[in-house]
Design a protein around this ligand. Sequence first.
Ligand code: PLP
Length: 401
Amino acid sequence: MKCGLCCSNCGKRRTFQMKDTRCGCGGTMLVEYDLERASRTLTKESLKNRQTTMWRYEELLPIEKNEHIVSLGEGWTPLVRLYGAEKALPLQKLWVKREEQNPTGSFKARGFSAAVSLAREYGIRKVAVNSNGNAASALAAYAGYAGMEAYLFLPRDCPGLIVEECIHYGARTFLVDGLIHDAGQIIRDGERDQGWHHVGTLKEPGRVEGKKTMGLELAEQLGWKLPDVIVYPTGGGSGIIGMWNAFRQLKQLGMVDGDMPRMVSVQEAGCQPVVRSMAKGEFVAQTEGVTSKPTGMRVPNPPDGGLIVSILQESNGTALSVTPKEICDAQADMGNQGISASPEGAAAWAGLLRLIDRGWIHKNDEVVLFNTSHAMKYWPWHAVRVPVVRTYQDWVDLHKL
Ligand SMILES: Cc1ncc(COP(=O)(O)O)c(C=O)c1O
């Protein structure tokens, strides 16, 4: 039930289009919906009988015809209460949203289910993305399912298993000697000649809409309540932007009330443009000194950093960076609680600990952490760290040592 695009910065409206999602003022054009019409069918009651994928919110997704939907079962991921951690920290209520349970093992599946569906609706056959890894493998899977050609450009130090995953889905996969924006430049340069549809962050209108469903789902899973704090590992920012949009639309629809959550962006110390920008009060890209590990948070110049900063400010939120050592310890902490956390998901946990320490998160706060991907996708595949035994006697002998 989309009715056009609206600039997130100046409010200017235009008819829906697949390209040029940047407004003349520099803001990002986001999809607008006929909410009055949506409210006739999208109700708390009607949702009780719908499919358990993100397409349960079809009125708030930009596809016109159901036959164009490209779905591998994304969304409706578990929201798990961390009772042990609540006691230890202590915190009133703490959940982890298990986005690693999505097809392709990350929240990126949501964005590409929407973007590839839109591409199919508009008759597009060739799609290209620049990515730190998870977006590329998600596009590869959805394009494969839809029978499209996918072209992927990833920094050469991208985790090896994710590169293998891209190849496994049959995508044309290329490593780039540079960072994510260098990879994006290759697509911009070749877009016209190659007929690629650029599905990089905020380059088309679909991905951010798919990610919006994380926020819709969270509200529904919490019984149409919003948490006090959301802690999110941030790179290009479309997760934060999508969720904020979700909460706004739910408010306009009258489906939630009360305060909006305080949004927290966590980044790694070696690449923290959002953190620095929050300290400065306006967005500034990180132009040098990028030393962080190759994760989804390593985005020195997000396409609309200004929008990320304004959402964090409007929500009374914050941004903070954590060190590689904290991320490593946090992965172990989450692993011990049964959660397979990627470095990004672990960064959210590390950020939570710091914010409790600083007194920014209080014990009465209800907090949701996003575990955006699986630990397993980042493991070096030869590094098996367990002893090998053949018989019970071997095992006994090992314990005698
Ligand atoms: C696992 C993971 N977490 C977080 C992010 C950052 O998300 P966003 O671009 O929505 O800020 C990414 C992006 O690549 C990612 O792959």
